[in-house]
Design a protein around this ligand. Sequence first.
Ligand code: DC
Length: 467
Amino acid sequence: MIITIDGPAASGKSTTARAVASHLGMAFLDTGALYRSITLAAMRAGIEPVEGPAMEELLSGLELSYEYVDGDARLLLAGVDISAEIRTSEVTALVSPYSALACVRREMVKLQRGFAEGRDLVAEGRDMGSVVFPDAPLKVFLKSDPEERARRRVRDFEGQGREVDLATVLAELRQRDEYDSGREHSPLITPADAVILDNSRLSIEEQVEAVVKLAVERRALLPGADEAVEVEETESAAAVNLSLADLLLPPEKLRGLPVPRMSPHYRAVWHILRGLFRLLYGIRFHNEEQSAVGGPLLVAANHIAAIDPPVSGTIMHRELTFVAKRELFIPVFGRLIAKFGAIPINRGKFDRVCMDLIHKRLASGGTVIIFPEGTRKPVGKLGRPKVGLGMIAAETGAPVLPLYIKGTTRLGRAFFRRSRIDVYLGRHLQIEPLVAAGLEGRDLYTAFGRIVMEEIARLQGEAGGAN
Ligand code: DC
């Protein structure tokens, strides 16, 4: 799926596009950076911004590559990183005349469409929705008052330690907008089918949330939405030659790190439940020592019954944070689970607030349990992982501890025919080797999710099967 974000200079396109891409596990294309690179190359070669053989020659020999590293666009010209240089005021002052040239636009469109091939992409610029990706299922156009944009730009510059004056920045923005909107080829226009977001009234967070919400809705409407994930998976762990063994993290590395103390009421309920589960279901904990580690930890468990969260909690010697669907936050029960630190999640769409809360818990050394299959699955059928687990692991760097639960679907009959619950802890896994091998976005999240499910499947084997 392609999402286009267009708008005038300093309207927050890059910030929004980058955040949306990161939230949805998509790639991000900053096309302004490409135009800036051509401008820099032409300036260095002393070529004027006019059509002609000199410009054509420059374009045909241009060795420009665009990389997307750690959420940032890196531009390399003949192998040399020019990412900082393209942001200088000299380049900014000349980029509009160069980007108005038909020959420049022709090359850029080719390059941009090539980059989009086989990718989920958030592309930002001036003509993404109108010219380059006219069939994009979601087109966004960002608007905001020039004064507000200028103030924002000044703040950005100040953050970089650069002294600038508001009036100069405002004049420069106005001039560039005029130039970009008035040019003959691919002018800055609002595509007829674009959603217009006015961020003079929205914060960046609200804007990102709005785009993510729209994207999730539009994606669900695309033909073959269910199978799309399968088709879109271009890279996998196998493609970068990594397997489960490469992701193992020796628990010794995690020992000695601090573990937040259980709150007194959590500890009390934890002891009661452990006792109860023992008494009623003869619960057995396997490899329990794996939970005796410190630092942030993400527990990833299979999910077959509603009781799985408290059952998983009792094997962990750490206070677990659960993520529970918002519908469960009903008057009494909701208050109860909130008291135990449960985080509500809106399902069926990306929930940024929930994601931020998870980040916070992990940042303070906490433990969060995720059911990577998303919903409960029938016994014996481990499901495909959703992207959430990989996304959290990638963003926080927290190690993952796989957990396998067996026997929780048969509890109704427990009093008559003692049915046992077994909980297995697996080996700690880290996402870092997949990142280092160059996987990113959705490819990274699903590749990691699959390896975690592989470890859960191994535990199922250790348990002698699902039943
Ligand atoms: O987004 P930015 O300020 O980095 O863009 C720099 C210039 O590049 C902008 O003033 C016009 C040009 N540009 C363009 O013509 N078409 C695009 N799709 C993106 C940028």
